[in-house]
Design a protein around this ligand. Sequence first.
Ligand SMILES: Cc1cc2nc3c(=O)[nH]c(=O)nc-3n(C[C@H](O)[C@H](O)[C@H](O)COP(=O)(O)OP(=O)(O)OC[C@H]3O[C@@H](n4cnc5c(N)ncnc54)[C@H](O)[C@@H]3O)c2cc1C
Length: 322
Amino acid sequence: MIDFLASMLKVAKIPYTENEPLAPKSTFKVGGTARLFITPQTPEQLEAAISAARSAELPYFVTGGASNVVYPDGLYNGAIISTQSIKEIFYDPDETTPDGSVLVTCQCGVPMAAFVDFCTKKNLTGAEQFAGLPGTVGGAVYMNARCFDRSISDLLYSTSHIEYTGEKTKITELPFNAADWDYKKSPFQAHTAEDGSQTNQRYITQATFRLTPAGASAHDRIVADCKKYIAERVDKGHFKYPSAGSVFKNNHAFGAPSGKLIDDCGLKGLTAGGAQIAPFHGNFIINTGNATADNIRTLVKSAQKAVKDKFGFDLEPEIIFV
Ligand SMILES: Cc1cc2nc3c(=O)[nH]c(=O)nc-3n(C[C@H](O)[C@H](O)[C@H](O)COP(=O)(O)OP(=O)(O)OC[C@H]3O[C@@H](n4cnc5c(N)ncnc54)[C@H](O)[C@@H]3O)c2cc1C
């Protein structure tokens, strides 16, 4: 089946490599090899690659920057489909919404850093909090990433995605609807298909964001804000070690962030093989050199058990084990 998929990719001229090491491709620096690593160059190639993997009946996983995933140890006997080459940005300064916002459309593989830089150069305000967020627009929309009290959904105007329903594929544009979004929840996560089955089969091709034109006089302020948010991440140790950022979602109703609960259980510094609960941040697991996905899973379970035993609270993982 792998050969069948590879031959379909060749015919469609979609780039791929075989037996690709995954660890260097994720921010956690963890993982074995992918039998096929596919890099579609356009949304059409993304759709064709996913459809080909589905018709070959092989496991597949769509990633952006792989900054929130844990790739498996050993062989992933399927296809990892990376969106990182699908990265055009579209902007028409004359197109405004009734409230005076302008719209910036990013393809799914645009790095969040490139989106924030684009806004800064055009003196558009609203995306500053996302400066320093690793990963792509597609990943941030899927996760409804949240930085410094601002969620991606706060900026969204619309999204386009590939949708599989049974054997049919369609590209659908979804205007932003607040009811579909919540803290770290997006309509692209678990999704119920028309036949009633629970699927996760919507793949974001692009997202359109609403920004406020602030004029040249705001340029220095926008630059300074972006620098401030990045500096805060550096101070908190975000980039000291390979990681996938916060491991667990916060539950604000519970009254204490997940990192504090883990810290109160005395778990900072706990190790499993090459993985460690960061001594400087209870909600970060770091790779101190040779961590495996299994090591990370062990720490996730230890933290969940300790927090449940001490506080009766179920920690919900934010990182995704592929
Ligand atoms: C140092 C560090 C700091 C971080 N800080 C934050 C933070 O402040 N706030 C925060 O929210 N997160 C944070 N993160 C986590 C991570 O950066 C975000 O979740 C990011 O938005 C993930 O984007 P990605 O492109 O890397 O997604 P990936 O890790 O590649 O994928 C994440 C999920 O999105 C899905 N996905 C990706 N692209 C698509 C697509 N086109 N269509 C459908 N599904 C898709 C994948 O299948 C997967 O389920 C941090 C991570 C690190 C390493």
